[in-house]
Design a protein around this ligand. Sequence first.
Ligand SMILES: Cc1cc2nc3c(=O)[nH]c(=O)nc-3n(C[C@H](O)[C@H](O)[C@H](O)COP(=O)(O)OP(=O)(O)OC[C@H]3O[C@@H](n4cnc5c(N)ncnc54)[C@H](O)[C@@H]3O)c2cc1C
Length: 373
Amino acid sequence: MPKHYDTIVIGAGIAGCCTAFTLQQKGQNVLLIDRSATPATGGSGAAGAFVSPKIGKGSPLQTLTNEAFHFAKDFYLRHFPDYFHQTGVIRIPKDEEDALKFKVYEPHNNAQYTWVEKAELEAFGIQNSEKSFLFEEAGVCDAPELCTAISKEVPFQQFNVDQLSFDGQNWQLLNAERLTLNAKHIVLSTGYENTLFDMRYMAVKGTWGSRGDYESSLDLKVSMHKSISVSANVKGIIKIGATHVKGKEPCVACDGEPLKGLFETASTMVDTSDFKLKETFCGMRAGSKDYFPLAGRVIDVPYMLETYPKIVRGAKPALTHLDNLFICNGVGGRGFVFAPLMAEWLADLIVNKKEMDKRVTPDRLFLKWCRKL
Ligand SMILES: Cc1cc2nc3c(=O)[nH]c(=O)nc-3n(C[C@H](O)[C@H](O)[C@H](O)COP(=O)(O)OP(=O)(O)OC[C@H]3O[C@@H](n4cnc5c(N)ncnc54)[C@H](O)[C@@H]3O)c2cc1C
């Protein structure tokens, strides 16, 4: 008889890893699966994985991001301190015009910060930059190592899900070899690939990016973000990364030279003369239309469209969800910031039936999507 789980989490990127870990912490019998034999082969493996606050004029997205930032840093420090380096992160204005905006942003910095003058930036080894914010509590994760460490805390299995079906009580997962797995609940954390259900209303889109890990003896103690990210020197490695190309065909988009432009930009920021490329990572991050994460129940789209045909002309019936099917996705350029808090909220919904925070449920996008059909 196949083993039966409370929840199977599909996708071992940072979203799936945090969700499986948190569900287990709340007492569930969980299985984490991925089509790859190792975790973090999607966007999560390529991430620069900065965990830093968002700056801006106090938008709702900034408020949520910074709530998630505080939660994430505490989560990593408590559970996985070896893979989160609290180097501090300096947010550098892109140019003089951007520097003027930082004054406007200052009252909305709801994380601890200090101003760093040009002279101090130079002492840090940062060239050609305007007065910046330093967030001392921020830092950088070792992305694939962190996902691997989290996955080791829960049962993990390689399994490429081809199909999902529900028998009224339980979910059955099927792969190409017709092998099955069974669970009461499913969490989809499949990143930018969403072929298992009609999830068009969530409009998950991929943005392609790359990261280079460089060996260097440069004494860079702090991480920084300007238009790209350059990490502090951790154990002789400095990471340069950014996500920037929207598209579905990753390798075409990067044209075989993913790091060329990034390295040139980094060279205007720090002294890269002794940098030696050790490894290149490329990946797609999955973002939502409004940049808020997508965490919560999944709507039964065929049922809604069939039962309420007037929905496409603006009718607003109550939403029907698929039983025990959940998603944790759309974490965008801040997957390592959002994942722990989304996992916490989702686990509270699944285990304790606690209502999900409305800012992140995919429901917010459904009726608008229907009106465009
Ligand atoms: C270059 C780069 C730099 C970045 N920098 C940062 C940063 O500084 N800070 C930050 O917070 N975020 C950053 N991000 C974003 C972050 O990496 C992503 O938001 C995050 O990794 C998304 O994680 P995920 O778990 O949603 O998806 P993924 O990591 O893509 O994981 C999805 C997983 O699902 C699996 N899967 C898909 N379909 C199936 C199936 N049918 N069956 C089984 N398994 C399946 C895939 O194999 C994959 O492992 C960066 C991203 C990139 C690419």
